[in-house]
Design a protein around this ligand. Structure first.
Ligand SMILES: Nc1ncnc2c1ncn2[C@@H]1O[C@H](COP(=O)(O)OP(=O)(O)OP(=O)(O)O)[C@@H](O)[C@H]1O
Length: 305
């Protein structure tokens, strides 16, 4: 489970060790270990109440943990160095409605002590036409884009994004992930807390899953698939005799002409060779590896009840 943490020759940008947190008498984080390295895009998944926001708040230094260590580029959460290295995009980002996008970002730049091409940044996040409009007239997606411009502004070492695409239309989501990719390419370690499994499946390098305050998975999609031992589904469309193919492969008839079989990763190539040997009896073939949704169900629910 720790494989995703293994990086040779570089120090993590964010290192969390044995993090414990109580809310009253209830322990909401149980010994969480997580590292993030420069340029990585890591998805943080988990049911409502699993502890994602609590962990992010601890990293930001907004709450005190009751045990464990957090280090951001070698500094403690909440310290000036850690704050300078970290950018945070909350789920529902809010700004003063009376100022314009340009004014808001100019103010942020001044506060952060950075010289930035404000207009260029606003154009980059798709707000070029709205930069002199008051934020009060922005849609939720536009405010989210402005929040992202703020994240880009400081060239952070660590970016924590909480549900960054919630409420965004599909094109805006694509744009946002393109910007996240750019952030990572410039060396920022990006943590994305999300419930949008299909999105993070395609756009992150590693998946961390929390269940009831415990980090139950932390690896690449392939790594998690291998550990979970979930099968790959193969659907075979028969040219004529689906019954014969079902009998030969031990598969299940799906409809008149198709047969579905489930195979483990280790048996995949042997099974595909068998299917290829059936020649013209097979009209088509569809191979579906385990999806993040299957893995999430496996890790987030495993052992419950
Ligand atoms: N201020 C608080 N006071 C008391 N309990 C809290 C507080 N904030 C969070 N909790 C509890 O801590 C646990 C973890 O909550 P957290 O907000 O970290 O979950 P989450 O994974 O971010 O959930 P979501 O996906 O709904 O945002 C929950 O049981 C929640 O009820």
């Amino acid at each position: 489970m720790d494989k995703g943490n293994a990086r040779v020759g570089s120090d993590p940008v964010l290192s969390i060790r044995g993090l414990n947190k109580f809310r009253g008498k209830v322990q909401v984080l149980h010994g969480v270990d997580l590292d993030l390295y420069a340029g990585e895009r890591v998805a943080l998944l988990g049911h409502n109440g699993a502890g994602k926001s609590t962990m992010i708040k601890a990293v930001l230094g907004l709450i005190k943990a009751e045990g464990g260590e957090i280090s951001i580029c070698g500094s403690k959460p909440g310290s000036a160095k850690a704050r300078a290295a970290t950018a945070f995009l909350p789920e529902a980002v809010s700004f003063h409605p009376a100022v314009t996008g340009r004014e808001q970002l100019t103010l942020f730049a001044r506060l952060a002590g950075v010289k930035a091409d404000i207009v260029g940044l606003l154009e980059r996040v798709g707000l070029g036409e709205a930069l002199d409009r008051r934020i009060g007239t922005y849609s939720k997606g536009m405010r989210q884009r402005l929040g992202l411009a703020q994240v880009l502004l400081g060239k952070p070492k660590l970016a924590l994004l909480d549900e960054p695409t919630s409420g965004l239309d599909p094109i805006s989501r694509q744009d946002l992930y393109a910007i996240i990719d750019e952030l990572a390419a410039q060396g920022t370690a990006v943590l994305i807390a999300s419930h949008a499994l299909t999105e993070v499946e395609a756009r992150t390098d590693r998946i961390a899953i929390m269940r009831k305050g415990v980090l139950v998975a932390n690896d690449s999609l392939q790594g998690l698939s291998a550990q979970a031992g979930l099968p790959t589904r193969v659907r075979i469309r028969a040219s004529e005799d689906a019954a014969a193919i079902a009998a030969r492969t031990g598969g299940r008839r799906i409809n008149g002409a198709s047969v579905e079989i489930e195979i483990q990763a280790a048996d995949k190539m042997a099974t595909l060779r068998e299917i290829a040997a059936m020649g013209d009896a097979v009209a088509d073939l569809e191979i579906t590896p385990p999806r993040l949704e299957d893995l999430y169900r496996h890790y987030a629910k495993e052992g419950l009840q």
